[in-house]
Design a protein around this ligand. Structure first.
Ligand SMILES: Nc1nc2c(ncn2[C@@H]2O[C@H](COP(=O)(O)OP(=O)(O)OP(=O)(O)O)[C@@H](O)[C@H]2O)c(=O)[nH]1
Length: 561
């Protein structure tokens, strides 16, 4: 895997790790923010929802209390059959009816169970006696239960079977001067209106409901959950908050919070918040106790709906974009500062390895620049050394080649050197149609010199002959030690007279000038004129035969083939 790819993978992995960390931190922080914000909203919403119910309700309750305290009404309740008192009472009832918000009232008398009611349409203005309550009738249980419990005030969400309406009833006990209960009076507010104005408001993600001290649901946007006439129901049959929550533990916790709120001293926070699960969604519940009506207001906030974490998506998008730009920037800097110079450096190293001298080095800064400069110096040094080494090798090779062609004892060409020369000359002679001369010289009785005066003297005799030959030749002629005590001279160009003259002269000069510690040296000489185109072997054989004849005929003489 290339360094570039490795760097990129490491960088991408780091970025990914950082992104994941950022994402989880972001989610954690977003959830905390939403939660904190949700708690504030829940507190405010609870108070707002409570106020919306209490504002109209408290006025109605106060009016209902006045209604129950009416002297006219109380006098009549004590003597329900007195016509004058009845007429006054009905007039009083009508007067209150016009003041109640939904323009209706009810008066139920304990003495005879008579139930009086007139509605907003004034349908029963002339004869408000609607029916008689009966203790045996379950629908009338509310009346008897209230009297039995002696509750002076009670809110009751209850359908009136006789009247065919479902209302939030404000029930207030009417008592005589001694506190004896005379009946129950009050008014009803159409449940529909209340639900519409107070709990079924169109606020996305916000659910408002009211429950009594037992957790029985009193007002909720879905009437099926409302626990109608809950105070007359036995425990266990009530529609309580548990119905709304997915988890039983949520219901228990909310009930516990409600008890805490009801028993709390006034300075304690009037709203408690807690998380509950409703319809599979986590909701934040805000709970407040409305002491004046004995109910609890519960606001459920679906945080995903009210403040979805997704609304932070632009911030996340920005974060991802930033990370991507950072990755690109990182790659760009990495490429420019490291990868690109390194690739060029690698290329330069390859070129140097292949022996190319022109190495183009990249530019770089910092440590990379230093590395490139050091490499450049090293490359120069290697080039210098290589060139010096090559020159030395060339020199040595030439020297070896020269030595391979030279006889080490005499310094003349050796047999190999002379053979190369002869081959060249044979070719040139054929090309230029020129003859060349060959003179073959062999020391006479050399064995005797060796044996008599010693091998060193023999060597000296050989060197002497070589010296005389070299001194006696023309600039363009060549002499070689052909082997042992034999010498070969090449004369180029050459005619037969010239050949004979030179051969004579050489034989004579040797006899006169070549000496060794024991005396002089003579040579026998065979010469021939090699003709243009004549094979070298042939010419050499002719010279050799001439030499043989010179030896045969007494030595120290010349025979020309
Ligand atoms: N000192 C010395 N002797 C050599 C060298 N090379 C060959 N010889 C001797 O040269 C002698 C050559 O003898 P031959 O040419 O056979 O005979 P010769 O004694 O010269 O007699 P002819 O040629 O018949 O006159 C031998 O004894 C070789 O050992 C050398 O480099 N140095």
């Amino acid at each position: 895997m290339s360094l570039k790819l490795r760097f990129l993978l490491v960088a991408a992995a780091l970025m990914l790790g950082a992104s994941l960390l950022a994402w989880f931190s972001f989610q954690y922080m977003a959830e905390r923010i939403v939660e904190q914000w949700g708690r504030r909203v829940a507190e405010v919403q609870v108070q707002y929802d409570s106020a919306r119910l209490l504002q109209p309700l408290e006025r109605e309750i106060a009016l209902a209390h006045q209604f129950a305290n009416s002297q006219v009404l109380r006098r009549w309740a004590e003597n329900p059959d007195a016509p004058l008192l009845r007429a006054q009472a009905i007039s009083e009832m009508e007067s209150f009816r016009r003041n109640f918000i939904d323009r209706n009232y009810f008066v139920a008398l304990r003495s005879n169970g008579a139930y009086y009611h007139n509605n907003a349409e004034n349908d029963f203005g002339d004869d408000p006696l609607r029916y008689y309550l009966r203790e045996s009738r379950p629908a009338d249980a509310w009346f008897y239960q209230l009297i039995e419990e002696g509750r002076d005030f009670h809110l009751n969400v209850n359908p009136d079977v006789e009247l065919g309406i479902t209302q939030l009833w404000i029930d207030v006990l009417m008592r005589d001067a001694e506190g004896e209960i005379l009946g129950v009076v009050g008014t009803g507010i159409a449940l529909e209106n209340i639900l519409e104005q107070i709990v079924d408001i169109d606020q996305r993600g916000i659910t408002t409901l009211f429950a009594d001290v037992n957790g029985a649901i009193q007002l909720y946007r879905d009437p099926r959950f409302i626990d109608f006439a809950s105070f007359v129901k036995p425990e266990g049959q009530k529609r309580t908050l548990d119905l709304l929550f997915d988890l039983p533990a949520d219901g228990e916790r909310v009930m516990e919070r409600m008890r805490r709120l009801r028993d709390a001293p006034l300075e304690q926070p009037s709203v408690i918040t807690d998380f509950v699960t409703v319809d599979g969604q986590r909701h934040l519940a805000g709970i407040a106790y409305l002491a004046s009506i004995g109910w609890f207001e519960i606001t459920l906030l679906d945080l995903d709906e009210v403040m979805p974490v997704a609304s932070f998506a632009p911030a996340l998008g920005l974060l991802i974009a930033f990370l991507l730009v950072a990755l690109l920037l990182f790659y760009w800097v990495l490429h420019r500062q490291l990868l690109s110079p390194m690739a060029a450096l690698r290329q330069a190293m390859g070129a140097l390895r292949e022996g190319r001298r022109e190495v183009h080095l990249p530019r770089g800064s910092g440590e990379m620049g230093q590395l490139i400069r050091h490499f450049g110096d090293m490359a120069d040094e290697v080039t210098r050394h290589t060139e010096a080494l090559e020159a030395k090798v060339r020199e040595r090779t030439e020297e070896l080649e020269r030595l391979a062609r030279v006889d080490v004892l005499t310094g003349l060409l050796n047999r190999r050197g002379m053979t190369l020369l002869l081959e060249e000359q044979t070719a040139r002679a054929a090309r230029d149609n020129l003859a060349f001369g060959l003179i073959w010289l062999d020391l006479d009785r050399f064995k005797e010199i060796n044996d008599g005066a010693g091998h060193a003297a023999g060597d000296q005799a050989l060197c002497e002959v070589a010296r005389v030959l070299e001194a006696g030749l023309r600039r363009y002629d060549h002499a070689a030690r052909w082997g042992g005590d034999e010498f070969l001279v090449l004369l180029t160009p050459c005619e037969v007279d010239e050949l004979t003259a030179i051969a004579h002269r050489l034989r004579r000069e040797i006899a006169e000038q070549a000496h060794y510690p024991g005396g002089g040296v003579t040579v026998s000489v065979g010469a021939c004129l090699a003709q243009p185109g004549e094979p070298l072997g042939n010419a050499l054989q002719r010279a050799d035969e001439a030499l043989y004849r010179a030896k045969e005929s007494g030595r120290d003489r010349l025979v020309v083939a």
